[in-house]
Design a protein around this ligand. Structure first.
Ligand SMILES: Nc1ncnc2c1ncn2[C@@H]1O[C@H](COP(=O)(O)OP(=O)(O)O)[C@@H](O)[C@H]1O
Ligand SMILES: [Mg+2]
Length: 302
């Protein structure tokens, strides 16, 4: 069973987009996938049609009231299962401050259902607070989405130190699987500089045996693709919304790189959706490949 935690303490760097579409790629291969929204902004929940203002119980109730995860588990149209979030989740950081075992609340809550899934993907808030620590204690592999822009590497060392601390004190199973470059604008000098800086950081840590140990930069790059930004408002993944887009090709390729090709999937249920085409070829005629304007380069928020 794979347990991925998608983390970066910066906001707007592609965590939720990566979580949602990577999970959708796996479901289409017949994997049983659980999505967990650990961000009070609840973007992942909204993406898959949950209304965070509905007053229905969420992961907040699981963490603070001991509500069973089976009570909040949702089925999405695409066959994903979701533990949704709501804005109250922000208060959990404070409410749980004095609770024993507060780092393991998510991990413990998952144990009754974990055998029902082949993969669990956790989408994190843009912080390294208690919610993210719970995600890190419940996970095995950290995936860091990184947008290759100015200041992209700032904060990465802090993230690495946090993962190292969690690994040393709370969850020895945890490691950084790698960094996935997202929202890439093809051929920009800045991208090349950021990626080279990142390679230096990883090289410095390789053989160190720390949390970065065997982390890599995934060779699949997620190109900037407007369809990826549009699909949440249609409450679908990229594979339903725009299956031929570069966004779909890129996330299918990332799933191949992370989990092996479709043939290596766990035993697929008979009624599983057919696998999407592997993204080994990219159509250069695809208009979405066009580089975006400078104005679309985003500045990071802390
Ligand atoms: N590859 C991409 N191409 C274009 N827009 C993207 C891409 N990845 C993410 N976005 C958009 O960028 C914004 C931030 O992405 P998001 O996944 O919500 O980041 P985070 O979860 O880290 O805050 C969202 O509006 C999202 O739709
Ligand atoms: Mg998000």
């Amino acid at each position: 069973m794979r347990r991925l935690v998608i983390v970066n303490q910066k906001g707007g760097v592609g965590k939720t987009t990566t979580t949602a579409n990577l999970a959708a790629a796996l479901v289409r291969r017949g994997w049983r996938v659980l999505l967990i929204d650990m961000d009070p902004q609840a973007h992942l929940s909204i993406h898959f049609g949950f209304d965070p203002e509905s007053n229905e119980p969420t992961i907040y109730d699981v963490l603070t009231q001991g509500t069973s995860v089976t009570e909040i588990l949702r089925d999405t149209e695409e066959g994903l299962r979701l533990l949704p979030a709501c804005v109250d989740l922000a208060a959990a950081e404070v409410e749980l401050a004095g609770v024993d075992d507060r780092h393991y609340l998510l991990r413990n809550a998952l144990s009754p259902v974990e055998n029902e899934f082949d993969a669990i993907l956790v989408d994190c808030a843009p912080s390294l607070g208690l919610l993210t620590l719970n995600a890190l204690c419940a996970g095995f592999e950290v995936i860091i989405p990184l947008q290759p822009h100015f200041l992209a590497l700032q904060g990465l060392m802090k993230l690495g130190q946090t993962v190292a601390l969690v690994r040393a004190r709370l969850n020895p199973m945890l490691r950084i699987a790698g960094v996935v470059v997202v929202m890439q604008d093809s051929g920009t000098l800045l991208s090349a500089e950021v990626i080279s800086g990142l390679e230096q950081i990883l090289a410095a840590h390789r053989r160190s045996g720390d949390a970065w140990g065997d982390a890599r930069i995934f060779s699949t790059r997620i190109r900037r693709n407007i369809k990826l930004a549009e699909c949440p408002s249609h409450q679908t993944s990229i594979f339903t919304y725009a299956p031929k887009s570069n966004g779909a090709l890129d996330y299918a390729a990332l799933a191949d790189e992370l989990f092996g090709t479709a043939a290596a999937a766990p035993v697929a249920p008979a009624d599983a959706a057919p696998p999407v085409a592997a993204a080994t070829t990219r159509d250069p005629r695809d208009a979405e490949d066009a580089a975006p304007s400078e104005s679309s380069m985003r500045t990071a928020t802390a």
